[in-house]
Design a protein around this ligand. Structure first.
Ligand code: UDP
Ligand code: MG
Length: 310
């Protein structure tokens, strides 16, 4: 039995040495063979650490993408290559502690198809923590499937689940991997763990990418945005009908109707509502366009392996 460990990496440095050392210590004595796939998501320059780690350890390979495709695409690229009976997905910045993998393996041995990490404590800034907290709860309320709270991509998934969520088997664009992982079903279980602080370097996922991820989750696993338009439209129509009745009543009874202020408010309000709805529609259209274009999710430049494995 073999485990594949998929690690997306973008512009990380010496953390890779410590990550590799700790991973090796964890994987050495648990009875399973393993492979480590670093997915270099277009790092610039390519971290020299890769070459050194690969020369030292024949279980390591480096899948280099042709440019930066983003965290989720990099995970998908690694998943597509992984051959193990189980696949572990973890970040390359040591925020996901390698030691937790032992707990994952225990549950996997018991027959679970998906064992995912649940963040008990986050060691990030207040704003980021609060946003994550609210986002996962919003997603829970609006999503069509039950998405686990406070769980990211850190997980161990069985071979059959890994095969189901590859970019060939599930070709949707704008991927929200943790959602796809829940969507497939089977036996799933969460394991609580403390997410470490990022000690090495700055976060590589930008705020903009985080918003995109949130949007991808929302639009891929909920129909609420488009339904919202109907709901807003419905309430606006009720308010409008009341307004018409009031205005007609005043007109018939010769009560003077004030002009400019009410007109301005109405025009501005409805212009705003219409633009909001158009915005929601354009979000759907842009996602449909992404699907119709059918571009690959990522492009592999090369897959470097230890000379023994070539
Ligand atoms: N990462 C990536 N591509 C990107 C951005 C980030 O492969 O475009 C990697 C990054 O090197 C790290 C992991 O994805 O290993 C998580 O990134 P980060 O720590 O910035 O995310 P956060 O922990 O802040 O959510
Ligand atoms: Mg991180």
């Amino acid at each position: 039995m073999k485990l594949s460990i998929v690690i997306p990496v973008y512009n990380e440095g010496d953390v890779l040495y410590e990550l590799h050392t700790r991973l090796r210590a964890v994987m050495k004595n648990n009875g399973y063979d393993y492979e480590i796939i670093f997915v270099d998501d277009g790092s610039n320059p390519t971290p020299p650490q890769f070459e050194k780690i690969m020369n030292k350890d024949e279980k390591v390979s480096v899948l280099t993408l042709s440019r930066n495709f983003g965290h989720q695409a990099a995970i998908s690229a690694g998943l597509d290559q992984a051959v193990g009976d189980g696949v572990i997905i973890m970040d390359g910045d040591l925020q996901d502690p390698p030691e937790v993998i032992l707990l994952f393996i225990k549950k996997w041995d018991e027959g679970y198809d998906v064992v995912y990490g649940v963040r008990k404590k986050r060691k990030e800034g207040f704003l980021k923590r609060a946003s994550y907290y609210l986002f996962y709860r919003l997603m829970r309320t609006v999503s069509t499937i039950k998405l686990p709270l406070d769980s990211g991509d850190f997980a161990l998934i069985s071979h059959r689940v890994a095969r189901l969520i590859t970019s060939q088997a599930m070709p949707e664009h704008n991927r929200y991997v943790r959602g796809l992982r829940s969507w497939v079903g089977f036996n799933q279980i969460g394991i609580e763990y403390e997410r470490d602080a990022r000690i090495y370097g700055e976060p590589k996922v930008t705020i903009r990418q985080l918003f995109k991820l949130a949007y991808d989750g929302l639009f891929s696993f909920s129909n609420i945005p488009i339904k919202l338009m109907t709901i807003i439209g419905f309430f606006c129509s009720i308010v409008a009908s009341l307004g018409i009745i009031i205005v007609l009543y005043k007109k018939i009874n010769g009560i003077p109707i004030p002009g400019y202020a009410s007109m301005a408010i109405l025009i501005l309000f409805f212009a705003g509502v219409q633009l909001l709805c158009l915005g929601i529609l354009s979000e759907y259209i842009s996602r449909i366009t992404d699907e119709v274009r059918k571009r690959p999710h990522y492009i592999v430049k090369n897959h470097a392996k230890h000379e023994k494995n070539n």
